[in-house]
Design a protein around this ligand. Structure first.
Ligand code: ZN
Length: 423
């Protein structure tokens, strides 16, 4: 028996904070929660977080574009970081990885994006990390081997989103000119050439000239060069990846698992069409920076009305801000009462922690603390039945995945326990 004494508790189910409790743990299981007789510690216990949208957290091709894998050290560093941030379960949505080996205390669950169109989109967009084994490991096989969802279907790398802006466009421009541009500068070039919704007809000569000047590329690249570079990176995979959304929704329905989709301005109409079929859908990062504010809120309302789970991602909203400019979209979705789950996504390796986002959002008054904690714990467990059975709640009978943190600065995590063991 292990007893945590004198804590305040948020149980993950959205119920109000319980003051001054002891949590009795037997092996890996929570046995009892009772009023304490000990001195209050002033610290808060919450369930270990369940993060449904991570990349680079399993050994295999990175992203649904099948990019070259990260090193094992880098994957372990990513997992360590999630754990330090209070996350005890991650779902890796890179989509082509083989079943994980147990090498880390964090619970790693997989999603698969290996349907024919998604594989083709990955091959066209990148595919540099796809081995024959990865290609052959279909969504059906992945689900049979324990994958708990389809996803990420479409991605910033195949649908002209963040991945194009922080990876492929800067890399190609550097190759051609020797100039290193920022993700935001690359994004401005992309939007000038193809618009927020990704369409060849959105080309805007004046905007391209302005973006070239903004990126310090005047005299180094012509407008037509930029148009060609951006179009050649984004467009070949784009329509194939869009087709992948409906296809993956069909597969998800067939195998009765949820489908996690890349929800952004470029994919919104296909996402809405798939949601209308009644598939269990997680609308990933519904606060994607490609949305305008009203558009994000109305789109999320519509998806929620069709039964989709509205996920928001922390992205790099509070820290690096390489692509995300601020918390406005995130806060608007919270204030509208539309958010079901909170995840991090990858943000080019610069994600902010979920507890930091909750800390900031609750201090801004846009969401209550118990509701926000539920969005990162029990709500996720309920939305994706296989992701974390008996986890995500601090109640008798649940597995003891717990986080002790400072209520004044939630991201100041003091202790993390997985399956009853302090890690
Ligand atoms: Zn995405």
């Amino acid at each position: 028996m292990n007893v945590l004494q004198g804590y305040d508790l948020i149980d993950g189910q959205g119920t109000p904070i319980q003051r001054g409790v002891d949590i009795v743990i037997d092996g890996d299981t929570i046995r009892e929660i009772r009023p304490t007789r000990a001195e209050p510690t002033g610290m808060l216990v919450i369930p270990g977080l369940i993060n449904n949208h991570t990349h680079g957290t399993a050994y295999g091709p990175l992203f649904p574009s099948g990019h070259e894998a990260l090193s094992r050290e880098q994957v372990r560093a990513n997992l360590d970081r999630h754990l330090r941030e209070g996350t005890t379960t991650v779902m890796c949505v890179d989509g082509f990885v083989l079943p994980p080996e147990e090498t880390h205390p964090i619970n790693v669950k997989l999603a698969s994006c290996n349907t024919p169109a998604c594989l083709e989109a990955a091959t066209v967009a990148d595919g540099g990390g796809l081995t024959e084994a990865n290609r052959a490991f279909t969504a059906q096989q992945a689900i049979e081997a324990g994958a708990v969802a389809l996803g990420e279907i479409g991605a910033g790398h195949t649908l002209g989103g963040g991945g194009a802006s922080y990876m492929y466009i800067p890399a190609e421009i550097e190759k051609r000119t020797g100039v290193t541009i920022t993700p935001r500068q690359a994004n401005a070039l992309k939007v000038a050439v193809l618009g927020r919704h990704i369409s060849a007809t959105a080309f805007d000569q004046a905007a391209v000239e302005q973006a070239l000047a903004g990126a310090g590329l005047v005299g180094k690249l012509e407008v037509k060069d930029v148009r060609e570079i951006v179009s050649n990176i984004v467009l070949p995979a784009f329509d194939i990846a869009l087709r992948g959304i409906a296809e993956a929704a069909d597969v998800a329905r067939q195998f009765d698992v949820p489908v996690l989709v890349h929800n952004a301005a470029a994919s919104m109409s296909k996402v809405a069409a798939a949601a209308a079929t009644g598939v269990r859908m997680i609308a990933g990062h519904s606060n994607h920076s490609s949305f305008e504010l009203r558009e994000a809120v109305q789109h999320a309302e519509r998806l929620k009305g069709m039964g989709a789970v509205i996920d928001v991602s922390t992205l790099d909203t509070f820290g690096a801000r390489r692509l995300t400019t601020g918390p406005e979209l995130l806060y608007a979705l919270f204030e509208a009462g539309l958010v079901d789950t909170i995840s991090t996504d990858y943000a080019g390796g610069h994600h902010d922690s979920i507890l930091l986002a909750i800390d900031q959002a609750t201090k801004a008054g846009v969401v209550s603390l118990p509701a926000a904690i539920a969005m990162a714990t029990a709500n996720v467990a309920d939305a994706i039945p296989g992701i974390a059975p008996r986890r995500g709640r601090v109640v008798p009978g649940a597995i003891a995945d717990l986080v002790v943190t400072d209520p004044a600065n939630l991201h100041n995590v003091r202790m993390v326990m997985v399956s009853g063991t302090v890690v």
